[in-house]
Design a protein around this ligand. Structure first.
Ligand SMILES: [Cu+2]
Length: 348
């Protein structure tokens, strides 16, 4: 397989990032209603961090960014305190949800999902791959690919309990969050969390991709999309805590998998929006994703930066998109266990 086409011609060129299914599902409310809404459990709370919020500088004007994605301008955003998961939702956690509720993901109901071509067993490629995305032929439509069979029929989650759950749509993520007493983070909350207390840095840990030569996140090394050297230890997803956490104790805010955010995507809504606890445009066609994935490489996508943005339709699923949940302050137990953030003495 040889793929020559590179670049970022369109504002929403999904590139390496995420193919869009376009099943046109409008099922989010029905899905939510089918799932009971619980309180945040002690176990869930233990995986969360309370962040103080306050003011922070969101976005970037750096030349490395993609203005057409709406990464800029840099603006001061204010957030109320909130809670966020320290990791993305793992296969182990998602299995608990499915076992408790009988929930069926959209990939299961539509009968297929997108899988990155190199992860499909070569011997079964023709049998499993129904179609490919024309502009990004490394994305293969695989019948039967689903969260617990990520490479299609015959694959499983062996040794991947602690990897992020994938092949989950935005609608699926919202259903899971509801069951946990949580919600998806807003895009502003996500970025504040990702920055880990650093101001206007490129990555959650600073400005150098590999400080001291050390890999800090799970992205692509080698020649995209044909050869992933896996120099960072992983050619697909990694365990959610495989790399060091940021200053807020949050793992893999960039790399590994894209993460769904609550907001509708717009490349320019935020330029005129209220910046006090922003929740994004009132409507849209795609939901925000953040953080980049194991497929991101500087030569092609470079969206493993904290200010980088992408999006996908809410019913799309693929092998490199997952999510983490958040919660409003006051909905997670009684007293904060530990609070991190810009304001006050606990800055670190
Ligand atoms: Cu990418």
């Amino acid at each position: 397989m040889d793929i020559a086409e590179k670049g970022h011609a369109e504002p929403k060129a999904y590139g390496c990032c995420t193919p869009s299914a376009g099943n046109g599902s409008r099922a989010s409310e029905a899905i939510e209603e089918a799932v009971p809404k619980n309180e945040v459990s002690v176990e869930t709370r233990a995986r969360m961090v309370r962040l103080r919020g306050g003011r922070f500088l969101m976005g970037t004007d750096s030349a490395e960014g993609f203005p057409q994605d709406g990464e800029g301008p840099v603006r001061e955003v204010t957030l109320r305190p909130f809670w966020i998961d320290s990791t993305t939702v793992t296969n182990r956690l998602f299995r608990k949800f499915v076992e408790a509720t009988g929930y069926r993901t959209e990939a299961e109901r539509f009968g297929w999902s997108f899988v990155f071509w190199a992860h499909i067993p070569k011997a079964r490629f023709n049998e499993l791959v129904e179609d490919r995305v024309r502009a990004a032929p490394w994305w293969c439509k695989v019948r039967g690919a689903r969260w617990d069979a990520p490479e299609g029929p015959g694959s499983n989650l062996l040794r991947r309990d602690e990897h992020p759950v994938v092949h989950v749509s935005w609608n699926d993520a919202v259903a899971y969050a509801r069951w946990c007493g949580q919600r998806l983070p807003t895009e502003a909350e996500w970025e504040y969390a990702a920055r880990g207390g650093l101001e206007q840095r490129i990555y959650p840990w600073g400005d150098k991709l590999r400080p001291g030569g050390k890999h800090m996140c799970n992205i692509w090394q080698g020649d995209f999309p044909n050869h992933d050297s896996g120099d960072d230890g992983y050619a697909g997803t990694s365990p959610v805590q495989a790399f060091p956490p940021n200053g807020y104790g949050l793992y893999s805010m960039t790399g590994n998998t894209w993460e769904w955010c609550a907001d509708w995507f717009s490349a320019d809504f935020h330029k005129t929006a209220n910046l006090d606890n922003p929740t994004g445009p009132p409507d849209g066609t795609a939901r925000v994703t953040r953080g980049g994935s194991f497929l991101c490489h500087k030569s092609y996508c470079n969206r493993y930066r904290v200010a980088a943005r992408s999006s996908n339709t809410p019913d799309s699923s693929c092998s490199n998109t997952s999510f983490r949940c958040a919660a409003c302050d006051g909905t997670v137990g009684r007293e904060p266990l530990e609070t991190k953030g810009f304001q006050g003495a606990e800055k670190r």
